[in-house]
Design a protein around this ligand. Structure first.
Ligand SMILES: Cc1cc2nc3c(=O)[nH]c(=O)nc-3n(C[C@H](O)[C@H](O)[C@H](O)COP(=O)(O)O)c2cc1C
Length: 203
């Protein structure tokens, strides 16, 4: 058996690169679009993202420091979470560039916008699905000593769901066909492996 590499994060990981995000992987990418109060459009990927409640559906994303996405979500109370097919990976990556506020990452990455139905923020036209969200909470996570971190976690209730019909199969969202890009650690991304079903013991 290989020796266990143990570390306490406060002491450093003792490895060439921090393994944390490679361990907590794969993570879905929430590609968050927002519109600022002045109408400016913003789009950026967040892999500290997930669904956290199913009824009502609630998603969250977490930002290291208050980036434009958090600022716009706070100011308007809205955001849209777009999903990333493998074919959109390069454009998604381009939208993570640091650009001055007011520069539309849709233009930067040559992405078509589509209007949302319930919120003002636009969505990515070619995404297999998009969730229109109303902000429910913005919290600052605490460390174990109770100190607030410079991290902002935004929760939003899903108030509108768009599904591109090409990814509906017998009334089910066909995740495999949507071919989602997932975030691993380092510079790595993943794609879906074989899909299999399990029946729960209580079913
Ligand atoms: C795949 C991917 C995932 C990312 N996930 C996060 C994240 O979870 N939290 C974060 O703060 N930044 C994350 N980033 C970096 C932001 O996308 C980047 O800082 C971006 O410029 C923020 O844009 P904004 O200021 O318009 O919100 C990620 C970047 C990529 C490429």
């Amino acid at each position: 058996m290989s020796a266990d590499h143990f570390y306490r994060p406060e002491d450093g990981h003792g490895l060439p690169y921090d393994p944390f995000k490679a361990i907590v992987a794969p993570r879905p990418v929430g590609w968050i679009s927002t519109r600022g109060p002045d109408g400016a459009v913003n789009l950026a990927p967040y892999s500290f993202f997930n669904a956290v409640v199913s009824h009502p559906p609630i998603v969250m994303f977490s930002s290291d420091s208050e980036k434009d996405t958090v600022a716009f979500a706070r100011q308007t109370g809205e955001f849209v979470c777009n999903f990333v097919s493998a074919g959109l990976a390069d454009q998604m990556n381009l939208t993570s560039a640091s650009v001055p506020r007011g520069t539309s990452e849709f233009d930067l990455a040559d992405l078509a916008m589509a209007p949302s139905r319930v919120v003002d923020a636009p969505r990515v036209c070619d995404a297999p699905a998009a969730l229109e969200c109303t902000v429910t909470q913005i919290i600052q996570p605490l460390d174990r000593h109770g100190a607030a971190l410079d991290v902002w976690t935004v929760f939003g209730e899903v108030v509108g769901v768009h599904i591109n019909g090409a990814f509906l199969n017998d009334g089910r969202f066909d995740t495999a066909r949507a071919d989602p890009v997932t975030r691993l650690g380092y510079r790595d991304f993943g794609r879906l492996g074989p899909v299999f079903a399990l029946t729960r013991p209580d079913d």
